[in-house]
Every structure is written in structure tokens, then in C-alpha cells.
Design a protein around this ligand. Structure first.
Ligand code: AMP
Ligand code: MG
Length: 488
């Protein structure tokens, strides 16, 4: 008996399936041959109220492989548009993703989506597929980000197959089951706005308000709430990205969630040695989406969203709300960076002190994640040779440490308490590209064990996981040669 599909509702389809304006297309997946399970995320299954053995049911496995659509399930692909690399790209849409329906999680609906399950009316000339390597990256990174406490889409399971896909060479097709509170993007609103379909913008906004802000009324207050939330949550999510050294890689407006959650994992990367100019996407030749540009690109994208909402919210109000972005970002960012150093109640002087440290890390090319994990053990300038040895310019770091000692004295928190606070916010494990690559190489040989071990490690990145210790050391030399592009 296939119980999982019975849990799915079709709230979005019911609201938008039968309108003059096109929001979506009803579609059928194109399944994978010889599908097999790479990994299933039991902690997410539990949140969704799904039995842990759900994939033992052949119908359910075939549903997640795109081979079987239970009669109660009605897959849909959504249309959207967007600005790509700053240029209006016109209509896009779910070109290789389809939403199967929604599951109720404590009164809130979460979308269940297949990514890589074949073409849709929005595929343009592409094949509707996702290759195994990029599916592994999305699967692991969404769970890693969630483990780091960063708002993100989630991943329920990952299916491999023998279906060939043609990229630079032949690869295998895979499907990730992506789970999200919403798959509506900034570009969804831009789509209707630029087509002159004001009713389309309004109906979509009304839907988001009803589904995600049930305490707000449909009308001016609700529209403001929707936009305020987008501004606030985008600022906070990007502040969190910056604090863990995460670069998204393709911050196009079609890859920005209306709820401000991280979505669409492609050529992302975590910084190894600290470099604000880090560009993780080899297709980004001008560095538009370089690490240090992410906060301002977030604002650029919110401006594009504001433009798309002018029929609902006055320009004065949109402008006033946009103005809050920078303050929200800075406050959150320095609060997070302060916490990484055990500093609470971060002041303006603290922000300069944090910036000073980052300049030193940049000049000395120090590994970002490992530095912050190590500084959890800090005692004082005299007793920190383990850290100071990392620096060529010892004097520069020493002088920073003297000021750090002064600041810690002011805080007068017992060292053990500070240490455990810091260990809870400085991850030991992040999904560096080379780690993902090792898991991919093994999976391509049908060995899925590393994917699964990494899943549980990255879901608890602040824990020690002694058996995974080698992934917490500085990356090997070959790591810097890895190149990740949009081709996935
Ligand atoms: P992305 O850069 O992955 O966000 O994709 C940009 C647009 O291209 C989106 O509308 C995707 O759905 C679509 N797309 C990307 N890859 C494929 C593919 N292999 N087949 C069909 N559409 C795709
Ligand atoms: Mg996308």
C-alpha cells in the first residue's frame, strides 16, 4: 500500500490549475532506468511524518524515480522568469523539476518536488535531467546548510540510475527529492509583472500571504508583510552565508526564494583559505557573484522584486522597506561573527575588530573554517602558540590577540563557557568542494557509503565525528584545481 502519496495535497494546483493566467503546467515525469537509492534522509522523513522505510515500498521508490505516478498524485511544473547575471532573461520555469504535492508539517504545507525527472514545457532545449554529481552536491549541501542553521530547501532522498545524460561527456541521471516550504521565487513575481499580468502578481501574492503569513490580511498590510519578510529574511540568510564562508554561485532572481531561504544549489562553494574575492562558479567570468558581492547582490535582487510588486505596494513604501536591508544585514552579520569569537553584544568597535581579523586571515591565506574552530581553544595571547604558528606575520596577529584579550576580559565569561558557546557556532565540518568530489567519485563507482556518512556528519557539523576527522583538516593541494560550472 502506497501510503506516502495519500498524504500529498494539491493546494497550489487547486488554487492555480484552472485560471486564464498560466502559472503552471500539469505534466508527467520521465522516469529513470534501473533506479536505485543512493541515500534517504531519515531525519527529514521523520519531520514529514513518513515511515523511515518508505523506499522499501516499490511504488514509492518508483514514484521518486519518476516511473510511477499514483492516481492521487498530480505533478506540476511552475513557470517563472528572472534576471540572470543582471540581464532580463524572460521566461524560464521548472525545466527539470516537478512538484508532486504538499505534505502538512505541523499545520504548514511543504512542497515535495522531484528534480531531474524529465522535460517540462519550460525545458527550452535542455533535457530535463540532473546528473549524479550535481544531485549529490544539492542533496548534501541542502542538509549541510540546514545543519548549520541556515534557512534552506531540504532533500529527502537521492536516486541514481543507468539513464545516460550528455554534458561534457556521458554521465548518469539522478533525481533528488527536494522539499521546501515554498518554491516561489522572486522571478515568479517578475514573470507576471513583465507580462503586464497584474492579476497574476496579485493572485500569487495573496496565495503566499494565506499560506505563509496566516496572521496577515490579504491587502496592503499583507503585501507589505510579504515584502518586509523577503527583505529581512534575505538579509539574514545572506549574513549567515557570509559567516560560514558559503558562496551560492548563481544568485539570479529566479534562484531567490520569496521566503528568503537558500534555493537551487549549483556551482556553490565553501571558502577554504579566506578570500573575499572567491568566485565559486567558473561560468561567472566577471565575478558578479563573488563571495564579497553576495550582500549587495541580495539587495539588487530585492530591488528587482520591488519593481515586480509596484502594482501592490507604493514606491515610497517599497523604498522604505528596501532601506532596512543594509541595517538588518550588518546587524545579523556582526552578531554572528562576534559569536564566532565568543563576543556577545557586538558594538561598532567590535565590527572593526572583526574586519581587522578578516584582513589578517586574507593576507595570510588562512583556512577560514579551521581557524574559527581552532580559536574556540584560545586562552590568551601568551598561550596561543597553536594558532600563532599559522601566521607568517606573527606581530600583526599578536597585536590583534592583545586586543582580543582586552575584549574577553571585559566580557568576563568563564573560559569553559565561552569555549562551549564558540564550539556550538564554529562548525568543524563544511561541504568543501573536494569532500563533495570524493563522495561523487565513489558514488560514480556505485559506492554510496561516503554520501551517507557525510550526510549524518554534515547534519551535525558542530559535533566531533572522530571517524570523519580527516575532512576537518586543511584541504589537499588538488582541491584548488576543482572547477564547478553551471553545467549540471
Ligand atoms: P539554473 O541555473 O539551474 O537555476 O537553471 C536555470 C533555468 O534552466 C531554470 O529554469 C531551470 O529549470 C532550467 N534548466 C537547467 N538545467 C536544465 C535541464 N537539464 N533541463 C531543463 N531545464 C533546465
Ligand atoms: Mg534555478
Amino acid at each position: 500500500m502506497d501510503l506516502l502519496s495519500k498524504k500529498l495535497s494539491h493546494h497550489f494546483l487547486d488554487a492555480f490549475g484552472d485560471t486564464d493566467i498560466e502559472y503552471l503546467s500539469k505534466i508527467s515525469p520521465q522516469g529513470l532506468e534501473h533506479s536505485c537509492v543512493v541515500s534517504s534522509n531519515s531525519s527529514l522523513a521523520e519531520i514529514l511524518g513518513i515511515d523511515d522505510n518508505y523506499l522499501d515500498n516499490p511504488d514509492t521508490l518508483e514514484m521518486f524515480s519518476g516511473n510511477f505516478v499514483p492516481s492521487s498524485v498530480k505533478p506540476i511544473a511552475l513557470v517563472y522568469s528572472g534576471h540572470q547575471f543582471g540581464v532580463w532573461a524572460g521566461q524560464l520555469g521548472d525545466g527539470r523539476a516537478m512538484t508532486l504535492g504538499e505534505i502538512d508539517v505541523s499545520g504548514e504545507l511543504w512542497d515535495i518536488q522531484l528534480k531531474g525527472s524529465g522535460t517540462t514545457p519550460y525545458s527550452r532545449f535542455a533535457d530535463g535531467r540532473a546528473v549524479l554529481r550535481s544531485s549529490i552536491r544539492e542533496y548534501l549541501c541542502s542538509e549541510a546548510m540546514n545543519g548549520l542553521g541556515i534557512e534552506t530547501t531540504r532533500a529527502l532522498c537521492l536516486i541514481d540510475s543507468s539513464t545516460p545524460v550528455y554534458r561534457e561527456g556521458v554521465e548518469r541521471a539522478a533525481i533528488v527529492c527536494r522539499v521546501a516550504r515554498s518554491h516561489i521565487r522572486f522571478g515568479s513575481f517578475e514573470h507576471f509583472h513583465y507580462r503586464g499580468e497584474r492579476d497574476g502578481v496579485k493572485k500569487l501574492a495573496d496565495y503566499i500571504i494565506q499560506r505563509h503569513f496566516p496572521n496577515s490580511n490579504i491587502g496592503p498590510d499583507g503585501y507589505r508583510r510579504l515584502f518586509e519578510n523577503a527583505v529581512e529574511q534575505t538579509a539574514k540568510t545572506i549574513a549567515k552565508w557570509q559567516s560560514v564562508g558559503f558562496a551560492h554561485g548563481v544568485m539570479n532572481t529566479d534562484n531567490m526564494s520569496i521566503l528568503g531561504e537558500t534555493i537551487d544549489y549549483g556551482p556553490f562553494g565553501f571558502i577554504d583559505s579566506y578570500d573575499p574575492k572567491f568566485i565559486c562558479n567558473s561560468s561567472d567570468s566577471h565575478g558578479r557573484y563573488a563571495f564579497e558581492n553576495q550582500p549587495s547582490i541580495g539587495l539588487w535582487n530585492l530591488n528587482a522584486l520591488a519593481n515586480a510588486l509596484v502594482s501592490l505596494i507604493s514606491v515610497e513604501e517599497l523604498t522604505a522597506i528596501l532601506k532596512t536591508y543594509e541595517t538588518t544585514f550588518r546587524k545579523k552579520y556582526y552578531e554572528l561573527m562576534g559569536a564566532k569569537l565568543g563576543i556577545t553584544d557586538v558594538s561598532e568597535a567590535d565590527s572593526q575588530f572583526i574586519d581587522r581579523l578578516l584582513l589578517i586571515l586574507e593576507a595570510e591565506q588562512i583556512d577560514y573554517t579551521n581557524f574559527f574552530r581552532s580559536i574556540c581553544e584560545y586562552r590568551s595571547r601568551e598561550e596561543n602558540t597553536f594558532l600563532a604558528n599559522l601566521f607568517k606575520n606573527r606581530a600583526g596577529f599578536d597585536s590583534w590577540c592583545s586586543d582580543y584579550d582586552d575584549r574577553l576580559r571585559q566580557l568576563s565569561l568563564p573560559r569553559e563557557e565561552r569555549r562551549s558557546n564558540m564550539l556550538a557556532v564554529n562548525p568543524k565540518y563544511v561541504l568543501r568542494n573536494y569532500i563533495a568530489q570524493e563522495a561523487i567519485d565513489a558514488a560514480e563507482q556505485k559506492d554510496y557509503s561516503l554520501v551517507n556518512r557525510l550526510l549524518t556528519t554534515l547534519q551535525a557539523p558542530y559535533d566531533e565525528h572522530p571517524e570523519m576527522r580527516r575532512f576537518a583538516s586543511n584541504p589537499p593541494k588538488w582541491a584548488s584545481a576543482i572547477s564547478v560550472s553551471c553545467s549540471s
